[in-house]
Design a protein around this ligand. Sequence first.
Ligand SMILES: [Zn+2]
Length: 268
Amino acid sequence: MPLGRHAILMTFRRELPDAETCTGGLLIRVDSANGIAAGQDDQPFTKVATWPAAAQPLGFWEEQAIAVLAEPEPRDWPSARQWLNGWDESRFALLSTALQVVAWQRNHRFCGRCGHSPRRISGEFAMHCDHCGHRNYPRISPCIITLVTHGDDLLLARSPRFPPGRYSTLAGFIEPGEAAEEAVHREVFEEVGVTIGRLRYFGSQSWPFPHSLMLGFFAEATSRRIRIDGVEIADAAWFTPRRLPPLPPSYSISRALIDRFLADRRPR
Ligand SMILES: [Zn+2]
């Protein structure tokens, strides 16, 4: 989330524990369906004397070394989204990191260049192929996410994947060679047929489903007629601040964009 970077520094520190001297601590366990095991005090981690060999250190949580372990089977643990609901930014950062590191381990079991098995490099998130020298890193996919407005009205859309009734802001992946601002114009026009003028950057959020970096923008529409693509978007409409549909969860940047727009328009 764009705000509260200090809180993140206080609780989750992005410094990989030394592999020689640090071999245990807190452990997050993620199952094959992205469920996360509940530990002591309803936290998403437990304290262990020694991490399993396959565990990947992540950093420090409240100054205790913490690692993540990808379990090969589904275990019926609470889903990542359940864990994130109602959470603050620092815990979001921890689980977002854990989920993305697990996705990377699962999706890069073999070298993408020559097909041999890479080995993990300690001290950074990296895997090295001794056969061809290729090194791979966790994949991060930049996306734009934008709240399109016209006067007081908000353009919100629903994807066929959303829970019934929910509407959200527009989002899409940035293509190779494309600037984020270009992607905002292109995605909005592709998805809802609306042209936009002034853009204002809002902030970013790392989004672990599965590994997006959401770059948030406000966009002012220069046309109002909506023409939906019918594939990525099942419906889109203009909403007034007084009559809003069910919105995305509070931990999402989508919701932060909407909340900030509404707060800024409220008479003081
Ligand atoms: Zn290779």
